[in-house]
Design a protein around this ligand. Sequence first.
Ligand code: ZN
Length: 392
Amino acid sequence: MKTELRTDITIAQLCEGFHYSELEGKGLYGMNGQLTIQPEYQRNYIYLDTGKDVAVIDSILKGYPIGLIYFNRTLEGQLEVLDGQQRITSIGRFYEGGLSIIDKNGLPQSLDSLDDEPRAKFLNTPLLIYICEGTTDEIKEWFRTINIAGVPLRTQELLNAVYSGPFVTLAKEEFSNSNNANIQKWSHFVSGDVKRQDYLATALKWVSHDGDIANYMKAHRNDSDINELKMFFNEVIGWVSSVFKTIYPEMRGVEWGCLYDKYHKNSGSYNPSAIDKRVAELMTDPQIQTPGRKNIFEYILSGEKETQLLHIRVFDEKTKRIKYIQQTNEAKAEKKSNCPDCAIGHDANKTKIWALKDMDADHVLAWSKGGETTIENCQMLCKHHNRSKGNA
Ligand SMILES: [Zn+2]
């Protein structure tokens, strides 16, 4: 891995030949065509109209540093922006006249309307640029160590950079494109931000079956189609839509691909109308709250066997009885009350052995704080102390 620090490239040089494409939502080239500002593997321009674009320009005009910029030199000798694309695009848009700042009098100013001095200062500002040349693995490692101010790269953005190629280009066209008409439908089942590659990450995770996205991307890096990725994703979405008739907000972000792998063989035994009714019942059951609600779908797919999925609030009778016997035996041996709260008190109840019917089960770690309804998190308290604990 070779690196070179350049401090001589000015904003004017950088912006030569810059053009921001409204259609593609990205800045294209700079340095007279020598620099690709947004290679296919990079994320889209996300500073647009966020105030961050203006902040970049303000910083430069005030003489503040805008941080390191990283370029990669390709085998053909071209330069690509590895990191700094958001800042460069903001600079380029201001240079082109597509972005204005607000001056201290509250008036919008473009580069052309600035006084000569600040205008020259802006154009002659040198940037701090690291240019690196290396193997895919080296660049991957390099990317990991880069800490981007404000908006850190997400894992999928990093993977897109590392495994760039025809496959990523096509996959992004389908899954990272907010103009794709399917996004609305997909958003019922997939969570996150299309532009930040969350949908692509989901699709890749599902098709990989084992969750190893990097491995899948590596294997398919030079594919000239994304048929498998697309077909599997649509298959999963179609399957979910056929089993569950009603859409719930809790469906967003469920690991549907994983559930498909586990349960789609049972599809013949699912009765969508009966399932629809059962989901509605469980969704309105006050004993089931977040995060249990998200698991209702899996609970039903699994034949309502794995009750722990629902994070239910009430302990069953068997758990209570076992815990009661255990606590009572210990209390008797130590000659104290079998209600732990009575046992540390100072009144006559200190040594009282309560009957099972006079006690209630309590969550040691409160249910509302994520405490599970398992025997490990269960203690029996006398009715008085259980009530005084309130939200158990
Ligand atoms: Zn008590």
